[in-house]
Design a protein around this ligand. Structure first.
Ligand code: ATP
Length: 408
């Protein structure tokens, strides 16, 4: 087993150079998701290395030895080493204690065993030695390997969800991604936390990170259905009622309309009560543009879908869609809006521009002012509907409109 694991690690791209270069430095271990996925035989891109010692110093020395780059993250005492395509994240082994439920943990240096004890689930609480006689040795104090074989997501202790309720979302994500089951006692603890304090003790930013990861899962429909079944939607906010099929459809439709799939899914999640949930969306601290797109889509997609079901002139489709974020189009499609006007808008209508400008109208004697803007908009409408085409036509139509308006 040890020799085989050493082999497997050495065969990860770039690692055949890293392993000898780690010799003589502080003890280092591959940890977390990388170990889980190595044992499962699936690819895992970012490799986390725990160092029983000074992680930043070790990262610097390793980068020196191999001619790579080490970027140190002062605030967290961590470092990232990049060697060609390989990226390794280094952190010192540590103990974490929670001053109160949901708070950020207090952190202090501690040996590997403590570092594994602070982790979320047994399958993520294993390490493999990378140095000296420990190279290839599996450290598995919580039975992670057995749970991996049985396909179980299990917490390490009964207060786990209370300490950090974001683990509720992580449990569902791993269950869906790995095709595992949450182990029965863990599930009972999850339901108790969901119906008690839920995620109310956690900052919006931490909820956001885990929720967006969950909404980005390939099997998002299954993940959200399970989330709702465990009561996690209400645990996020009492008004949330997750519609798994709608969320899945919105995410699928996102790629057709150039929307951000995860934001489209989030808009579908809050579409059950956008006004009631607006404050909750703000608390997630998305960038302002992203949060505005989510709320606009959540509020506007239903009326949009209804309007698009009617027979509409191209200019009316343009008027409806031109100031909507793509996420609103994705959600409208998910709500059953017909595809054809949306396709027409994306393929042609949105790129239709006038050949003339305000300058042309001013040169023809129209004074600057609202009438000029209206004339240009009206001419664009005529162009979209195929009533005018070509520069000459446009100018005539615009001048006629402007003068008529002036006369009114
Ligand atoms: P994946 O995205 O495949 O889950 P990962 O398992 O590496 O990758 P990360 O979110 O990068 O997941 O976390 C790395 C490791 O840190 C986890 O495997 C787990 O051991 C630990 N961890 C992450 N979040 C928590 C948490 N909220 N509580 C306890 N341990 C955590």
């Amino acid at each position: 087993m040890t020799a085989e694991l050493r082999e497997r690690i050495a065969s990860l791209p770039g690692m055949e150079r890293v392993l000898p270069a780690l010799e003589g430095l502080d003890p280092a271990y591959l940890v977390g998701g990388a170990v889980r996925d190595l044992l499962l035989g699936v690819e895992h891109l970012d490799l986390d290395v725990a160092v029983d010692g000074d992680a930043r110093r070790l990262a610097r020395e390793l980068a020196d030895r191999l001619g790579g780059d080490a970027v140190e993250h002062e605030r967290f005492g961590t470092a990232t080493v990049t060697l060609g395509d390989l990226e390794l994240d280094f952190a010192s082994t540590r103990r974490e204690t929670y001053p109160r439920p949901g708070a950020l943990p207090e952190v202090e240096p501690a040996p590997l065993a403590e570092d594994l004890r602070r982790r979320d689930f047994t399958v993520n609480a294993m390490a493999i030695g990378l140095t000296g006689g420990d190279a290839g040795v599996l450290h598995d104090p919580h039975g992670g390997r057995a749970d991996l074989e049985q396909g179980l997501v299990r917490v390490l202790h009964d207060r786990s969800f209370e300490d950090d309720p974001t683990r509720l979302l992580r449990a569902v994500r791993y269950e869906t991604r790995l095709g595992f089951r949450i182990e029965p006692h863990t599930e009972a603890l999850a339901r108790a936390q969901a119906s008690g304090d839920g995620l109310s003790t956690v900052s919006g930013a931490r909820v956001r990170d885990e929720l967006l990861d969950l909404l980005g899962e390939p099997e998002v429909g299954a993940a959200v259905a399970r989330m709702a079944e465990l009561g996690l939607d209400r645990a996020l906010h009492p008004l949330l009622r997750a519609d798994a099929r709608l969320i899945e459809r919105a995410r699928d439709a996102a790629s057709e309309v150039g929307a951000d799939p995860v934001l489209a899914a989030l808009a579908a999640l809050v579409a059950c009560d956008p006004d009631g949930l607006a404050g909750w969306v703000d608390d997630l601290h998305l960038t302002r543009g992203r949060s505005a797109a989510v709320l606009r889509a959540a509020r506007g997609a239903r009326p949009l879908a209804d309007a698009l079901r009617r027979e509409l002139a191209p200019s009316a489709v343009h008027a409806l869609l031109h100031s909507e974020p793509p996420e609103a189009l994705a959600l409208a499609l998910a709500l059953g809006a017909p595809e054809e006007p949306i396709r027409a808008y994306l393929d042609t209508l949105r790129d239709v521009k006038l050949e003339i400008t305000g300058e042309d109208l001013k040169r023809a004697g129209i004074p600057e002012g609202p009438a000029l803007g209206r004339a240009l908009r009206e001419t664009l409408r005529l162009k979209l509907d195929g009533v005018v085409s070509g520069r000459g036509d446009e100018l005539r139509a615009a001048l006629e409109t402007a003068r008529r308006r002036e006369g009114e």
